[in-house]
Write a protein that binds this ligand. Structure first.
Ligand code: SF4
Ligand code: SF4
Length: 323
């Protein structure tokens, strides 16, 4: 029993899967940025990307399920050569599945990606875009010099395509703290973002998701370098909120890696916590029966305290209004 499962037991709880509703696919670690908080350690030199054949196997598997949403993440998912093929194939399924693109915004302005925004809009792909602050100083500190101006230009582009305005083109922004602290109230922050981005840049968007930085990957290295890892862990543990447990994303999401391997969530994926069968063989998506996953025990560790701290945190932002 680890510290997290002990904490759950203290609250007479355990963590098991419910119905699978989202297939979150991490298509690789290639990215045009190298953000300080990145839990994937993504960057321009990473070579791990999903192949055409793996995408075909994933879509074949998906076609036999009732899973309604495919959530594409990375890296910058748009940078893999078969990104558009993947979306085309998912949209051809009957019934077509909803697609989410976790976008870092700046990729929309890179040479060779000029028509990416139009492609996403044409396919009614929901965009969840990183925007850790509405001030240039904080964004550039976390994501790199010049990223704020590029993000604003990309948001203008998305608004011009109807994103954030058309009901079928949702545009959500993602905030995460610029240091070793918990996010503030998501509702208040969303109101601030909406006011400031509209006032200074004329930008509109739908929702703000406030995420907690989990102590893994590049963010964990940053905490170790600044000798604050233990303090940050204590902060997360002390802020444990049992009201978040039922809404944890690992309960309804299957996470798939760039080789097709399966995990409970993208964080477990970065920690190499791949599913295995009873004999210890590692599992890939095509090995699992989607109808046999309910009640499966979720693999946990210290990092899970990042999801249950305060208002909680998942791919859709805060989980509970209680903090
Ligand atoms: S946080 Fe996102 S945009 Fe930044 S390096 Fe990681 S994958 Fe790329
Ligand atoms: S890190 Fe979060 S989403 Fe992943 S298994 Fe732990 S609690 Fe669930």
């Amino acid at each position: 029993m680890n510290r997290f499962t002990r904490k759950l037991a203290d609250h007479s709880a355990s963590l098991r899967r419910g119905r699978s509703e989202i297939l979150q696919v991490n298509v690789g670690k290639l990215c045009n940025l190298t953000c300080v908080h990145c839990h994937v350690n993504a960057g321009p030199k990473r070579k791990e990307i999903m192949t055409h054949e793996t995408i075909e196997r994933i879509v074949d598997w998906l076609a036999k399920t009732q899973i309604s949403t495919v959530d594409l993440t990375g890296g910058a998912p748009e940078m893999i050569p078969d990104f558009r093929f993947f979306i085309d194939q998912v949209k051809r399924l009957q019934p077509p599945r909803h697609v989410i693109d976790r976008c870092n915004l700046t990729i929309l302005l890179e040479p060779g990606y000029e028509d990416l925004g139009e492609f996403l809009a044409r396919n009614r792909v929901e965009i969840v875009a990183s925007m850790p602050c509405y001030s240039a100083k904080n964004v550039n500190a976390q994501r790199g010099e010049g990223v704020f101006d590029e993000s604003i230009a990309a948001l203008h582009l998305l608004n011009s395509l109807g994103y954030g305005l058309d009901r079928e083109l949702p545009l959500h922004l993602v905030y995460n703290p610029v240091g070793a602290f918990l996010p503030p109230s998501q509702d208040e922050l969303e109101a601030d973002y909406k006011r400031e981005l509209k006032k200074h840049f004329g930008i509109v968007f739908n929702n703000l998701y406030a995420l907690t930085n989990l102590p893994i990957g590049r963010f964990a290295s940053y905490l170790r370098r600044s000798d604050t890892l233990q303090d940050y862990m204590q902060l997360l543990i002390h802020a444990f909120n049992p009201a978040t447990i039922s809404g944890l994303m690992c309960r309804n999401t299957i996470s798939v890696g760039w080789r097709g391997e399966v995990y409970d969530c993208d964080f477990n994926q970065q920690l190499g916590m791949q599913w295995s069968d009873n004999s210890g063989s590692k599992l890939f998506l095509w090995d699992i029966d989607p109808n046999s996953l309910e009640e499966r025990v979720i693999m946990t560790g210290d990092h899970c305290f990042g999801c249950t701290a305060g208002a909680g945190s998942g791919c859709g932002g805060a989980i509970s209004s209680q903090s």
